[in-house]
Design a protein around this ligand. Structure first.
Ligand code: ADP
Ligand code: MG
Length: 189
């Protein structure tokens, strides 16, 4: 089921020449899905518009086509869903949504800082998935800033500890593809 994905873009739609600091081999290696077999994680890090969501979605589509179960969510939506379930005594049931799939994509870690109770829900997901399933996340924040994102250094460290033990970290530091045409337009004025 691919219905929760924001789009179905593939790696073939990704123009690697626009992001020269990103090694295409690194991304193509991920597309072999060895990380899914190994129940390891992937972190795509970088500023807005570099294609983090695009690459996360294309890996999710690849995994789904290979027969793995995939669930896609933004971090904000995951937290909102878990909080709402917790409020009516259904946290354990809702957690299963995020624990069951072979691949859980958590998009946009760091856009909104979380409160402690919210960060604790994220910790539950990450720690329960540890060595049981793959978590693929995207973030515009470096790991050093996760203390601020999760509102608590100790909790952020505990999350990073589980996440990074088996993790391919892919930094994408380059220009925003969203601004590409606009910048060209300005240059041509
Ligand atoms: P991010 O999640 O890093 O903010 P997105 O993945 O949402 O960025 O990318 C923004 C838009 O630009 C999307 O429509 C995406 O498909 C497109 N895009 C980004 N990088 C590339 C690229 N290198 N080649 C082709 N399209 C790209
Ligand atoms: Mg994105």
């Amino acid at each position: 089921r691919l219905s929760r994905l924001p789009h179905h873009k593939t790696l073939d739609d990704y123009d690697f020449s626009f992001q020269p600091d990103l090694d295409p081999r690194k991304v193509r290696d991920l597309a072999t899905l060895a990380f899914v077999q190994a129940k390891a994680n992937v972190a795509l890090l970088g500023p807005p518009g570099v294609g983090k969501t695009h690459i996360a979605v294309s890996l999710a589509v690849t995994a789904c086509r290979a027969g793995f179960t995939v669930y896609f969510s933004t971090l904000d939506d995951l937290v909102r869903q878990l909080k709402a379930a917790d409020a009516i005594g259904r946290l354990a049931r809702k957690l299963r949504t995020y624990l069951r799939p072979h691949v859980l994509v958590i998009d946009e870690v760091g856009y909104q800082p979380l409160e402690r109770a919210e960060a604790n829900l994220v910790f539950q997901v990450i720690s329960k998935r540890y060595e049981k399933g793959s978590t693929l996340l995207t973030s515009n924040k470096g790991f050093g800033e996760w203390g601020q994102v999760f509102g608590d250094e100790v909790l952020a460290t505990a999350i990073l500890d589980r996440l990074l033990h088996h993790c391919d970290v892919v930094p994408i530091n380059g220009p925003s593809y969203r601004l590409k045409n606009r910048l060209t337009a300005i240059e041509n004025v």
